[in-house]
Design a protein around this ligand. Structure first.
Ligand SMILES: Nc1nc2c(c(=O)[nH]1)N(C=O)[C@@H](CNc1ccc(C(=O)N[C@@H](CCC(=O)O)C(=O)O)cc1)CN2
Ligand SMILES: Nc1nc2c(ncn2[C@@H]2O[C@H](COP(=O)(O)OP(=O)(O)OP(=O)(O)O)[C@@H](O)[C@H]2O)c(=O)[nH]1
Ligand SMILES: [Mg+2]
Length: 462
């Protein structure tokens, strides 16, 4: 990742969402961005206007002389731009047809259609941002809660980049020292070298461990916590989903077996994004459609990170309830004892023997009672720790997590090697591997295919 800017061709894309809007932006980046725009623009000479100015004018079809749109054009000269290249942004009236015409004219004037994420990719290739910052751009766009957005903004600010860069620096220093000591063996510094390597490996390992501990929460923030609402028919699962959504999404009736299919919705519960899955009530059934639904419910249990098991307090515990309690016992779970507004029929002592008290929440969804306690339980299950520590750097995506795990394994090999009295140059190899893996996180040592693959997941025009 150099600081000198390689010349890339000039790319163009519509950077606003497709559809009708008040304004839409067509963006250009590359060596010939200004010249390309100037070919289709009538107004001040874009090649002469000061940088970071916005200029009023018209887009004209150079072939027909026809006016295509009335626009405002930003001129942004590199290297102080998003991509570090010369950039032009054309603010069009938000019509689909006219915005597309403007893009087509730019392509006719010599620009190439940008690939998804290519603007951000150039910001990376030109050294303005590292891979963690680039990834955070995507996280920021997709963030579903304030908290997830904050984590992304911090990462965009370079928090993770700085942390990883510092760790790599620590490793590099010790590796350089080892190198010197190997070159001058007459100083008999072997023991010192080993001790230094060991201390450094321990230090870096503990930092990597701290980061990895944020991973499960980070992933939940980013992707949402897969939460399955399960229970036998008619206990109030769909009612619970609707209540949490503040919206009547699922069909609720007093007919058992109402929900036939699995319904997925995103909700934000006190900062925890849940991917909530309403399932068909589980029971033995001969109904063909319901049977498939029940099978899907069982799969939803397997896939879920969190289970909300709903029971009906107004009826005795059934064999199906018991089977479900047992089937979900090993999972992270909250058991909701619903219909508290009706006369109680369920045997509390029988239940207490099956479900730990701290997992139990009593509700009447009909009367909107007890649901706040449920929200609280979900929040404390997952954010008990981090809500108070706003400043922690978090790792949020599986690519970063995977590389941290690999770095950890290499550091553990360093320590095991030293322990076993292995020769220093072998230990050195593992230490170097850790340095490499950390470098892949920031992109300082990332293979080309990875970079291509990573940016292809971006939106067009970003
Ligand atoms: N119109 C518009 N709005 C936008 C963007 C854009 O590209 N265009 N952005 C696109 O995602 C975001 C803003 N992100 C940006 C990040 C860095 C720079 C930039 O020019 N950085 C330079 C110089 C900064 C300065 O003048 O101090 C640099 O870091 O060298 C610009 C936008 C959100 N809003
Ligand atoms: N009295 C009372 N009735 C409730 C409560 N919660 C839900 N109900 C009613 O119970 C019936 C079933 O609710 P649903 O939400 O459809 O139940 P479900 O678990 O999704 O049922 P299936 O989709 O058939 O598995 C409806 O008539 C609801 O209005 C509650 O707290 N108290
Ligand atoms: Mg239902």
């Amino acid at each position: 990742m150099g600081t000198t800017i390689t010349a890339y061709d000039t790319i163009a894309a519509i950077s606003t969402p497709p559809g009708e809007g008040a304004i839409s932006i067509v963006r250009l980046s590359g060596e010939a961005a200004l010249q390309t725009a100037a070919k289709v623009y009538h107004g001040k000479n874009l090649l002469k206007v000061p940088t970071n100015t916005i200029n009023y004018g018209h887009i004209i079809d150079p072939d027909s002389g026809e006016t295509v749109d009335e626009v405002m054009v930003s001129v942004l000269r590199g290297p102080k731009t998003y991509t570090r290249e010369d950039m032009v942004e054309i603010n069009c009236h938000g019509g689909i047809v006219s915005t597309n015409r403007v893009l087509q004219l730019l392509l006719g004037a010599g620009a190439r259609m940008a690939e998804p994420g290519e603007f951000t990719k150039r910001a990376f290739l030109n050294g303005r941002i590292d891979l963690t910052e680039a990834e955070s751009v995507m996280d920021l766009i997709r963030a579903k809660t304030d908290r997830a957005m904050q984590v992304a903004v911090d990462q965009l600010d370079g928090d993770l980049r700085r942390l990883i860069t510092n760790l790599r620096q620590e490793i590099l220093e010790v590796l350089a020292q080892v190198e010197v000591n190997i070159d001058y063996p007459e100083y008999d510094t072997d023991q010192m070298t080993t001790k230094m390597l060991q201390e450094k490996a321990q230090l870096v390992l503990s930092r990597v461990d701290e980061l990895l501990q944020t991973a499960s929460q980070g992933k939940v923030l980013r992707e949402g916590l897969a939460t399955a609402i399960v229970g036998r028919p008619n206990v109030g699962k769909s009612s619970l989903l609707n209540h949490m959504m503040h919206e009547d999404k699922a069909i609720v009736t007093d007919v058992p077996g109402t929900t036939r299919d699995v319904l997925e919705e995103y909700v934000n519960v006190r900062g925890v994004p849940l991917k909530l899955v309403d399932t068909a009530g589980i029971r033995d059934t001969d109904d063909k459609v319901e049977k498939i639904g029940v099978e899907r419910s069982r799969q939803a249990i397997t896939k879920a990170d969190l289970i909300i098991l709903v029971l009906d307090a107004s009826q005795p515990l059934t064999a199906e309830d018991e089977a479900l309690i047992k089937a979900t016992a090993a999972k992270k779970r909250i058991v909701v004892l619903n219909k508290q507004d009706l006369p109680a029929q369920l045997d509390q002592t029988q239940l207490a023997a099956l479900v730990p008290a701290e997992q139990l929440i009593r509700t009447s969804i009909l009367k909107a009672e007890g649901v706040a306690a449920l929200d609280q339980q979900i929040a404390s299950l997952f954010f008990g720790g981090i809500e108070n520590s706003q400043t922690t750097v978090m790792v949020t995506n599986s690519r970063q997590i995977g590389l941290l795990r690999q770095a950890k394994a290499s550091l553990q090999s360093v320590l095991a090697g030293i322990e076993a009295g292995m020769p220093i140059d072998l230990v050195q190899i593992d230490m170097t591997a850790a340095w490499d893996k950390l470098g892949e996180i920031t992109g300082d040592a990332a293979p080309d295919e990875l970079i291509t693959q990573l940016f292809s997941q971006f939106c067009l025009g970003k």
